[in-house]
Design a protein around this ligand. Structure first.
Ligand code: ADP
Ligand code: MG
Length: 402
């Protein structure tokens, strides 16, 4: 993998950096700037080397057309604060505004382009449409740096097609992320415990199946756990449930048993009348969720159980909150798991946008964890053993020479 050093003297060169600036927004306010702070060192480094830095990224899921709710403008402002230097903002992706902004860059200057997903070419499954957009992006720059770890699993123009068109290198953030994940897929110290939560079991079943041959223990909470409870024959009331995944979950659980992997499920659940702050809340047994209730968090006995199953591990990977942590009333399970990770004597990795936001929101110092990954889907797919299109594009041996 080529690094920024391999790109040679960058003074006067226009360098396009693909970052992951997909931060959570509440209205126009950034509620967690972790990905901006994680992306800043590579941008600073390029700027210090005299490059003319063009930052590109996506935000949320706009529908291939400009949508002010998903503008990267507030992110560019925050980036300027984090970098401690001015950051220009181009009000389009590859159009007149972007071209003018790039032409105006001096050595060391930084511009952020508008949300790449405002152009349908960025995410298009049609190679020609994606290629056309990639051509225009590549035309803005002399070199490319891939640093958007959270987007590496996407076969998108800025991630997959642009590096083939320019001399390219991998950024420091991606290097760091891959280094840590390789420790998890290599020969991790045991016990190796994986904790999974969050909302979609269909997103995470692949990783579960792939990990069964490697982990000692799987601890499962969050919204996805109700599909597990259902697979065991329990009713889950109005909780999140992916009915079409019940059979797949059942077969995963059987495989786990056959391979001697311990699966730890909650024994009690915080059952609420709604997910609002003023909901009525009771703790119920995991096999007795009332028909009119939503499971919003693991219960206190489960929190204690999970913490015990985590603390004695030597390697832990955690993805997905244990409950609807955005509401304080449903944050205790996530807090207990985070706390247990900080007590582990070994490598702890927190992956996933919401999980990373959760530990910060709950007031945990980042240095109490071994590594907080900026990528959810990307880290899961890496652990699943899938090839990440963005990584393939960066490591491609048919590199264009600069
Ligand atoms: P990550 O971004 O860390 O990969 P996910 O996106 O998979 O995590 O899931 C995060 C979301 O899961 C949070 O918004 C949280 O509110 C939600 N969640 C957790 N537990 C539940 C639950 N019991 N019911 C509904 N949603 C839940
Ligand atoms: Mg998420």
């Amino acid at each position: 993998m080529k690094t920024i050093d391999d790109l040679g003297d960058l003074r006067g060169k226009r360098v396009l950096v693909r970052s992951d600036l997909n931060v959570p927004l509440d209205g126009g306010t950034i509620t967690d700037d972790g990905r901006i702070r994680a992306s800043a060192p590579t941008i600073s480094d390029l700027s210090d080397r005299g490059a003319r830095v063009i930052v590109c990224a996506h935000l949320g899921r706009p529908k291939g057309a400009p949508d002010p709710a998903y503008s990267l403008a507030p992110v560019a402002d925050r980036m300027a604060e984090v970098l401690g230097r001015p950051v220009q903002f181009a009000t389009d992706t590859v159009g007149d505004a972007a071209q003018a902004a790039v032409a105006a860059l001096g050595d060391g200057d930084v511009v952020v382009l508008e949300n790449l997903r405002f152009d349908p070419g960025e995410t298009s499954k049609d190679d020609a449409e994606r290629s056309a957009f990639a051509d225009r992006l590549a035309a803005l720059a002399d070199a490319y740096v891939g640093d958007g770890f959270g987007a590496l699993h996407r076969k998108h123009a800025s991630v997959y097609d642009v590096p083939a068109r320019l001399p390219h290198a991998v950024g420091g953030l991606v290097r760091k992320e891959i280094e840590v994940l390789e420790r998890l897929t290599g020969d991790p110290d045991r016990p190796y415990v994986v904790v999974l939560g969050g909302s979609k079991v269909s997103d995470k079943l692949g990783v579960i199946d792939n990990l069964l041959g490697r982990v000692d223990r799987l601890v499962i909470g969050g919204g996805m756990v109700f599909t597990f409870l259902k697979a065991q024959g329990h009713e889950v009331g109005k909780s999140l449930l992916e009915q079409d995944q019940v059979d797949a979950v059942r077969s995963s659980v059987e495989q786990a048993a056959a391979k001697g992997v311990e699966i730890v499920l909650p024994v009690d659940i915080v059952a609420a009348t709604s997910l609002d702050a003023d909901a009525d809340i009771d703790v119920v047994a995991a096999d007795a969720i009332p028909a009119d209730r939503i499971g919003a968090d693991i219960g206190p006995r489960s929190a204690e159980l999970f913490a015990g199953k985590i603390r004695d591990a030597r390697t832990v990977f955690w993805n997905g909150p244990m409950g609807v942590f955005e509401q304080e009333a449903f944050a205790d399970g996530t807090r207990a798991v985070a706390e247990a990770l900080t007590e582990v004597d070994g490598l702890t990795v927190v992956g996933g946008g919401d999980s990373a936001a959760a530990v910060r929101q709950l007031g945990f110092a980042e240095d109490r964890f071994g590594h907080i990954s900026t990528g959810g889907g990307a880290s899961l797919e890496f652990l699943e053993g899938k090839t990440l299109p963005g990584l393939t594009a960066l490591t491609d041996s048919t590199d264009t020479k600069g």
